[in-house]
Ligand binder design. Sequence first.
Ligand code: SF4
Length: 235
Amino acid sequence: MSVLIVDGREIEFEPPATIIEACNKAGVYLPHLCWRPDFSPHGSCRVCTVRANGREVAACITAAEDGMRVENTADDIVEKRKTLLSMLFVEGNHVCPACEKSGNCQLQAVAYYHGVTAPTLTYFYPPRPLDASHPDVVIDLNRCILCELCVRASRQSDGKNVFSIGGRGIDAHLVVNSETGRLGDSELDIDDRAAHICPVGAILPRRGAFQTPIGRRKYDIDPIDVAGDASEGET
Ligand code: SF4
């Protein structure tokens, strides 16, 4: 067993493990969006940034080392996370009160956890398409945060390759791998994990809307450090 010191608290872990894996197993919450324990880490959202032995790193792609000192709740780390979260909101078109995922959305929940309850930056209002061509699933790219969880779920769990990311920087966007680029012409099936893993309201199964009223949803009841990641299948 090795030991990690997180905000002064010692936690034991079994190497090899990343910082976020060690913390997750020990019940220490590190805010994150693009990480899930059963998929390869991606390191794209940077919301899990911590300071480890004095260096700022993404906890999901950094190996935990014996005796490593990790700062997760230092004021400057939290401020950086809040800026990252604010940027994610304004880069897309996130209108929480009008979103079916409100109360089950991980972006909204992590923002609330850090006290980000209103926009602090100017919205970009990028033009983003909506694809309603599939009989069972709708994609609203206005809400996509490019976490690539659907990309990894389709490849690593469903054995398909329904999604990928195209473009770079500000032009990066989710691509549906079908001849027409439409979801309805892809291999996606409603039972695929990729259809249910989106942590925000970008991929939404049809016919499940508002079964649980807003106000009684996962993060309406408990904050994300208690409730955990967005449940798959909950819209
Ligand atoms: S559609 Fe959802 S799961 Fe896929 S990249 Fe966008 S935010 Fe992530």
